[in-house]
Ligand binder design. Sequence first.
Ligand code: NAD
Length: 255
Amino acid sequence: IYPTLTNKTYVVMGIANKRSIAWAIAKTLDEAGAKLVLTYAAERFKSGLESLASELKQEAILLECDVTNDEAIDSTFRSIHEQAGEIQGIAHSIAFADKEALRGEFSEMTRGQFAQALDISAYSLTAVVKAAKPYFAQDASVITLTYLGGERVVPNYNLMGVAKAALDSSVKYLANEYGPHGVRVNAISAGPIRTLSAKGVGDFNSILSELEQKAPLRRNVSAEEVASTGLFLLSGMGSGVTGEVIHVDSGYHIL
Ligand code: NAD
């Protein structure tokens, strides 16, 4: 019952390098036959992404899209529609916070750091969904990546925890608004995975070892495991699910 996504267009946003969760999602969608559009934040990621994309079975379309720029988001989605038709799904795997606000005392962050983190890590989901609205397939599906630090206090996650809380809430409001159009919106709450973004979180190693020692499965999760749940939510297999946060974290969140 592995889903077939042949001739369906999926947009994967947020590949920085081969460790990115978005890259695992792209590979999984590619395996399932999807036509992929990969968006990257800035010119400096382009050549790295081109060489990663050459490993895919299908040829992908690569587009630059800085999610702090509304015009860039609109033109990216217009261009996706022109080049690849209707959009079956979007994987939003984007976040940013100044690393100074991801360690030490929570209240030491600045107004500027708060605004930037919430803009890139939470508002961008709504901006993207809004821009894609005219081009969604009738049963389209959107996923984003969140983390437990938005539901409860995780040491050092600080500002990003507030951003994830806003993101989780956005998922529910978007699911409610877009549901009548047939579009589903869900989040995957991934356990800690060593990526470029994760490096910014103070003492990330102890988050990994805490999970390994205490989670029901007694091990960390891989980006590929997150991607399999992504495939489920993005394909018809997840057709009855919206507004949900699925934890792919070895069960750590139940403790
Ligand atoms: P990553 O650094 O590989 O991915 C983050 C991506 O966000 C990068 O590709 C970066 O270019 C992009 N980005 C930042 N600012 C942007 C902008 N202005 N416009 C467009 N793109 C921008 O790290 P990752 O861990 O794969 O992160 C992906 C998602 O997964 C994030 O939302 C992250 O919070 C979430 N997540 C990660 C973990 C983990 O432990 N790694 C756990 C749970 C959730």
